[in-house]
Design a protein around this ligand. Structure first.
Ligand code: ADP
Ligand code: MG
Ligand code: ZN
Length: 194
């Protein structure tokens, strides 16, 4: 039975799009079906809680914190039906191959992650994962400037749009992120590609 159910579902989009909410919704439904579910998140994401996946509207479930994608194998048993991973973009690229292996073994893989970084460019290995997925749901948030569907994450440093070349860690600066549409997203110093 299990062999036929293996698949990769990716929930993607910018911050605040409801990716974690949607992942939790699918996990809850599977709990009603008495499936064996493992929920993982990268240890780097400590925004709200250790050992929990939490959405911006405070929906949450218990999770296993991992620092390397291959740590997932330590928890897989013959009984595992579903593997869910929140914020997968913060794991290493081996995560993509592991998703493929799990799905091939008959496990339903549900992952969520950002498709773009704050610069608006594809986020590390996410393009590969999106291409290999059996199902992709690209969600939008609400643009905080114009209320159009938001597809980008705006990074603000000390209240101003972050520069293209700004380092990922800025000591002593106040950082914030918000959802914005294509037209309201600002990345000073970014060159047009074509
Ligand atoms: P994600 O995992 O994609 O970052 P979450 O699932 O954690 O998103 O949170 C989604 C929730 O964030 C929404 O249901 C809403 O309550 C809240 N939210 C806050 N700001 C926004 C916004 N600009 N657009 C949409 N939802 C927002
Ligand atoms: Mg999230
Ligand atoms: Zn906008």
């Amino acid at each position: 039975m299990r062999n036929q159910t293996g698949r990769i579902e990716v929930i993607t989009g910018p911050m605040y799009a409801g990716k974690t909410e949607e992942l939790l919704r699918r996990v809850r439904r599977a709990e009603y079906a008495e499936e064996n579910i493992l929920v993982f998140k990268p240890v780097i994401d400590n925004r709200y809680a250790e050992g929990e996946v939490v959405s911006h509207n405070k929906s949450h479930t218990r999770s296993i914190n991992i620092s390397k994608a291959k740590d997932i194998w330590n928890f897989i048993t013959d009984d595992t039906d579903i593997v869910a991973i929140d914020e997968i973009q913060f794991l290493d690229e081996e995560a993509v191959d592991i998703c493929e292996d799990l799905a091939d073994q008959g496990i339903r893989v549900i992952v969520s992650g950002l498709d773009r970084n704050f610069r608006g460019d594809p986020f590390s290995f996410m393009p590969r994962l999106l291409a290999l997925a059996d199902q992709v749901d690209k969600l939008t948030a609400v643009c905080v400037k114009c209320h159009a569907p938001a597809t980008r994450t705006q990074r603000l440093v000390n209240g101003k749009p972050a520069n293209y070349d700004d380092p990922i860690i800025l000591i002593g600066a106040t950082e914030a992120y918000e959802a914005r549409c294509r037209h309201c997203h600002q990345v000073p110093g970014k060159k047009k590609k074509n």
